[in-house]
Design a protein around this ligand. Structure first.
Ligand SMILES: *Cc1c(COP(=O)(O)O)cnc(C)c1O
Length: 365
């Protein structure tokens, strides 16, 4: 048995290959979680996240949790028994929002969209006259679709707008304040190019003031988390839980890497790589799944050709080339492939590698 897995090319919808700076930072000496050096690092991370989020929200921090826990934090702090949550569903992560919101007691009003199509803000607006929250996914990783979050912000009225930016942040523009996002959650493992495990989170003052006084989760209670990050309370840092100090150091390195390149340049790099991949896929005679005009550059969905065994192709890519791509979700499990070009993977070399190896896998698997 091999004891060391050779380096994978992670082109799936899950973690991407991290930026090398983020990987190196995992090896920095550990600091105590209340060490002044660590507190200063946490402040720098919060500042960097404000840039990535496009927000001035004081309460912007990396939750010590996955992206899904960020989703849970968004709902558990804003809705409770009987509150109405209007949720746009155009993929797996919209579905997950419905499940999370219903478990905290919300009355969920689903606005279903065909998979592969973007959110229609007019339909969301018409779904309920005065919801407590409206929620939608910016970049649906399950279908490869980008939606217009500013359009949701424009129709939200008195409702709070919850936005999933797990796959968009660090890869395409996010303007939380301009778009009217009240609560946003993200992840580190997609375009930010850091290992999975933290949830960059932001909440507006308006939303914080309206939060549930004593939510059913202790760990994700944003009122308690206030003292965990500076800028939120003005007071000193208090112990809430032991911060994952190594991951925060890695996140700082990832953010610095992105800001050094520049957000515009990072966006352009993702766009160029995604377009080259999507053009190449179509030139090979394959069809894309996501609707034209709403395709994410960082996550391409491809229809598996008739008479091709999806699992065999994915297995061939993994064994022969160390390349991971994703299958589809739900009813599309075997009929759609998902190819991520996130963070450092968004480059022309990755595109060439995927196109040539996918062609061979389809021919030979
Ligand atoms: C990956 C992802 C999540 C979940 O993040 P985890 O870290 O896996 O919990 C949520 N929403 C979207 C859009 C994602 O791509």
């Amino acid at each position: 048995m091999t004891s060391i897995v050779p380096t994978r090319h992670l082109f799936g919808p899950g973690p991407c290959n991290p930026y090398p700076e983020a990987t190196s930072a995992l090896g920095l000496p550990l600091l105590g979680h209340l060490d002044p050096e660590f507190i200063a690092r946490m402040d720098r991370v919060a500042d960097g996240l404000r840039v990535l989020w496009g927000t001035r929200n004081a309460r912007t921090l990396p939750l010590s949790a996955t992206g899904s826990a960020g989703m849970e934090a968004a709902f558990v702090n804003t809705v409770t028994d009987g509150d109405v949550a209007v949720i746009a569903v155009n993929g797996l992560f919209g579905e997950r929002m419905c499940e999370v919101a219903s478990r905290v007691g919300a009355e969920v009003v689903r606005v279903d969209h065909e998979y592969g199509t973007p959110i229609d803000a007019e339909r969301v607006a018409a779904a309920h006259p005065n919801p407590t929250v409206i929620a939608g996914v910016h970049a649906e990783t399950s279908t490869g679709v980008v939606s217009d979050i500013a359009a949701l912000g424009a129709i939200k009225g008195e409702a709070l707008l919850i936005t999933d930016a797990v796959t968009s942040i660090g890869g395409m523009p996010v303007h939380a304040d301009d778009w009217g996002i009240d609560i946003g959650y993200a992840g580190t493992q997609k375009c930010i190019g850091v290992a999975p495990g933290l949830a960059p989170f932001t909440i507006s003052d308006r939303a914080f003031e309206r939060r549930i006084e004593k939510p059913s989760s202790w760990y994700l209670d944003l009122g308690l988390l206030g003292g965990y990050t500076t800028g939120a309370t003005g007071g000193g840092r208090t112990y809430h839980h032991t911060a994952p100090v190594a991951m925060v150091a890695s996140l700082e390195a990832g953010i610095n890497r992105i800001l050094a390149e520049g957000l515009d340049a990072v966006t352009e790099r993702h766009q160029a790589a995604g377009k080259a991949l999507q053009d190449g896929i179509q030139t090979m005679g394959l069809e894309l799944f996501a609707q034209e005009g709403s395709r994410l550059p960082q996550l391409t969905t491809v229809k598996v050709p008739e008479n091709v065994d999806s699992a065999k192709v994915r297995g061939y890519l993994l064994e022969r080339f160390n390349i991971e791509i994703g299958g589809g979700v739900g009813q599309y499990a075997n009929t759609v492939w998902r190819i991520g070009l996130m963070g450092p993977n968004a480059n022309p070399g990755s595109v060439a590698l995927i196109l040539s190896s996918l062609k061979e896998a389809i021919d030979k698997a």
